[in-house]
Every structure is written in structure tokens, then in C-alpha cells.
Design a protein around this ligand. Sequence first.
Ligand code: AMP
Ligand code: ZN
Length: 114
Amino acid sequence: MTDCVFCKIIAGEIPGTLVFQDGQVTAFRDLNPAAPTHILIVPNQHIASINSLADQDEALVGHLFTAARQIAAQEGIAEGGYRLIINTNAHAGQTVFHLHLHLLGGTPLKYPMG
Ligand code: AMP
Ligand code: ZN
């Protein structure tokens, strides 16, 4: 999508601090981090939200989680712990409509949510 900020980061058209990229997903640091480690993991293909997933995207969703596991290890937060969040639409506060998995860690995180 031409007007999508995450599509532009994936394509290298606007700057992003990439931490991982392969043929299916890209991961980059959140511009406004909510924790010492705050990384967004996104499909390279434009998918607006979880609501827009198709049945054939199951493997892609699995790959997002595999990337999250590898990046958490790479960032040194796997043992200490981390949180994965996906916001969907207004009630969850989704602001960028390109599916993304937030990976948060590096400090004890506040709980409960919601
Ligand atoms: P959400 O509220 O789940 O839609 O989260 C969107 C996230 O994208 C927020 O945490 C923003 O700080 C982050 N964000 C927005 N624009 C950029 C950008 N250009 N580069 C990195 N992160 C961004
Ligand atoms: Zn997009």
C-alpha cells in the first residue's frame, strides 16, 4: 500500500531501525518505545489487522512468532521475559493499520492490561 508507513519502512523508502528481515517478515524498533526493548514485527505483505487475515496466512502468522522468539533471544530478553501484543481496531487503540506484533521487554512490565 502506497500510503502505509510500515510498507514504506519494509521497502526502505523511509528510515527504520531494522533488527531482522527475511522474505516474509520485517522487524524494526518502535519510534516511541514503551520499554527498553520495543520492536515491531510485521508481515512484508500489507495486511491491515488480524481481522484481515485469510486462512492461508496461518503459516505467516506462525512465522511472526518464530521471528519474535529469535529476536527476543538476540536482544537478550528471552530469559528475563517479554510481552507480545497485537492491537486490533479502535477499542485496542490500533493506530497503524498494517498488522504488527509488539515485542516489549528489558524491564519488569506493568500488569494487568486492559
Ligand atoms: P499500534 O497502536 O498497535 O497500532 O502501534 C503502532 C506503533 O507504531 C506505535 O507504538 C508507534 O510508536 C509505532 N510507529 C508509528 N510510526 C512508526 C515509525 N515510522 N517507525 C517505527 N514505529 C512507528
Ligand atoms: Zn502496509
